[in-house]
Design a protein around this ligand. Structure first.
Ligand code: 5GP
Length: 200
């Protein structure tokens, strides 16, 4: 018997830093990780699926969830509302699964306060210039949104000191192996992993 307890992994970083790609890469190689699907009032993008990327909600449904205390944390990001559902987190951790939250820094601050034992990683770009280059390179953002995202990036980055780990995403493969190493070490914290030693 392992006596293994699940961890809560909080990953934040400014838009354009490569957070989505990072989350996808770590999830693909580690079966113990489960993604917490958030509720949002944002419109669904073409490639997104209900219940896979998000639970898409009307403002009314979202407000009801807030009043029912269904969220671990919630925040407004770029004029849309997002929240982490308790139903995505607590039971899974009880079962020993490691739950991954891809959330903004306002929400992350709420999680850090409520669950200080969580593992928090902040992804940094190598520079603001490079972040702008990546945002512009997406080609999906208008000049105005790029400016908006750059301003929000500065606010996000100003909260980085509250996170336990910082990873700079300059070279993606290097950043990925650093995140992998953090997860591997955290799984072996004695508070999470304290197996009995059998006689034979
Ligand atoms: P997007 O709309 O591009 O999918 O996400 C925009 C931002 O909202 C990202 O920084 C993402 O991490 C954040 N986000 C997604 N889900 C949640 C959530 O449940 N809570 C909070 N606080 N932020 C979220």
């Amino acid at each position: 018997m392992d006596n293994r307890k699940g961890m809560l992994l909080v990953i934040s970083g400014p838009s354009g830093v490569g957070k989505g790609e990072m989350v996808k890469a770590i999830m693909a190689e580690d079966d113990s990780l489960v993604f917490s699907v958030s509720a949002t009032t944002r419109a669904r993008r073409d490639y997104e699926q209900e219940g896979v990327h998000y639970y898409f909600k009307t403002m009314e449904e979202y407000k009801r969830l807030v009043s029912e205390d269904a969220f671990v944390e919630y925040a407004e990001v770029y004029g849309n509302h997002y929240g982490t559902l308790k139903s995505e987190v607590y039971q899974r951790m009880e079962k020993g699964q490691n739950v991954v939250l891809d959330i903004d820094s306002q929400g992350a601050m709420m999680v850090l306060e409520k669950m200080p034992e969580c593992v928090s990683i902040f992804l940094l770009p190598p520079s603001y210039k490079e972040l702008r280059r990546r945002l512009e390179g997406r080609g999906t953002e208008s000049a105005e949104t790029v400016e908006g995202r750059m301003a929000k990036a500065a606010r996000e980055i100003s909260r980085k000191d509250r996170y336990e780990y910082i990873v700079v995403n300059d070279n993606f493969d290097e950043a990925l192996s650093q995140v992998r190493a953090i997860i591997a070490a955290e799984k072996h914290k004695r508070t999470r992993f304290n197996p009995d030693v059998p006689q034979e």
